[in-house]
Write a protein that binds this ligand. Structure first.
Ligand code: NCN
Ligand code: DMD
Length: 340
């Protein structure tokens, strides 16, 4: 990218000019699907997933051979307002746990044979408290988006986006309240388990943050630097880089979806290459998915983050790709087609 003018300028340009789907590859998959040894439509959403993979990889024979889970970790100044039951130190401790193989996401990556990369985003330097100031300046936000774009640098053909950051369900709630209005109560939920006074402080923080920044929220990137966090910016960058490199994306829970929602606000087509893994137990997640018009694959009452929902969905996507490429046609298998 050439760097001209303000740090966000290149991203604005990029978001306006994203490549579209490969309709020919998608059509080739639809045609082959019609002759595979199964009643038409019987693999349900798995059939749509095979078409989606073809459209966004440009390959008529969709393959998932190097799936990757990218977990972006960040810390948040707003935790000083007592919005999470857990201390901010847990973010770095969980990053260590990821490295040691002891977290839920590690087990899911083993179960489905997924690569895992964890991006530690300046955990010793939490972003500004959004109830008092912007989370980041424009330069930091743009640089963090650019860093997130590196997630796919080692090569992958399916990118699962996850995160870790104590306090970041407050951030996701502020982003959604800023983007879609409504009330702070509608967007702020328990997160890691906030209730009682903690939940009251969380709702108040979301309301205060959106109130403070309200005259600057029309522009989605400006909203991101004010109400977001480093992992939000990095996830947005990773989603964009994947689009440029023809890598389909699976989005995890409420927090990852809030990053996708910012891109959607800037260009509604910007997240067409994204599949939404699950609806998390965080009530705001169902609401934001409705706003985006996205139907999640799974509904398992999960609310962990770490990319765990996305990892489970990756297992389904791998199966969808293999069914499409590996199944025999009626002709090949000598199976009779429809009689009536
Ligand atoms: O993404 C979700 O749907 C989700 C729902 C509840 C909790 N989380 C995770 O919990 C952490 C944030 O929770 P909290 O209560 O500290 O805001 C962060 O590490 C997220 O990955 C994530
Ligand atoms: C222990 C713990 C693990 C997590 N993983 C994602 N968010 C988390 C929050 C906590 C508190």
């Amino acid at each position: 990218m050439t760097t001209t003018g303000l740090p966000f300028d290149d991203f604005r340009e990029l978001i306006r000019n994203l490549p579209g789907p490969d309709e020919r590859a998608a059509q080739a998959v639809r045609e082959r699907d019609a002759v595979l040894t199964k009643p038409a439509g019987s693999l349900g959403r798995l059939e749509e997933i095979a078409v989606w993979l073809a459209a966004w990889t440009g390959r008529a024979k969709p393959q998932v051979t190097r799936p990757l889970v990218a977990v972006f970790a960040g810390n948040h100044g707003v935790t000083a307002k007592g919005v999470s039951p857990y201390p901010s130190s847990v973010t770095a401790q969980m990053v260590e746990n990821f490295a040691a193989g002891g977290a839920a996401i590690n087990q899911m990556c083993i179960a489905y044979d997924l690569g895992l990369k964890v991006f530690d985003l300046a955990l010793d330097f939490p972003t500004g408290d959004i109830t008092e100031e912007a989370a980041m300046d424009e330069k930091t936000c743009a640089a963090t988006m650019a860093f997130g774009m590196e997630a796919i640098a080692g090569g992958t053909d399916l990118l699962c986006i996850g995160e870790m950051g104590i306090g970041n369900t407050t951030i996701a709630a502020a982003i959604c309240h800023g983007l879609y209005g409504g009330t702070a109560e509608e967007w702020a939920g328990p997160g890691t388990g906030a209730n009682g006074e903690v939940l009251k402080r969380k709702v108040a923080a979301v309301r205060a943050a959106v109130g403070l920044h309200r005259s600057h929220l029309k522009d989605p990137l400006e909203l991101m630097r004010r109400l977001g966090g480093r992992e939000i910016a990095a996830m947005a960058g990773a989603i964009l880089a994947a689009r440029m490199e023809k890598v389909p994306v699976i989005i995890d829970g409420y927090v990852a979806t809030s990053a996708a929602a910012i891109l959607h606000a800037a260009n509604p087509a910007a997240i067409d290459h994204c599949l939404f893994a699950h609806v998390s137990a965080e009530p705001g997640h169902r609401r934001v998915l409705e706003k985006l018009g996205k139907k999640p694959l799974l509904d398992l009452d999960m609310r962990l983050g770490e990319g765990t929902g996305a990892a489970l969905a990756a297992g389904i996507v791998k199966a969808a790709a293999l069914c499409h490429t590996g199944m025999a046609t009626f002709e090949q298998a000598g199976v009779s087609g429809k009689a009536n």
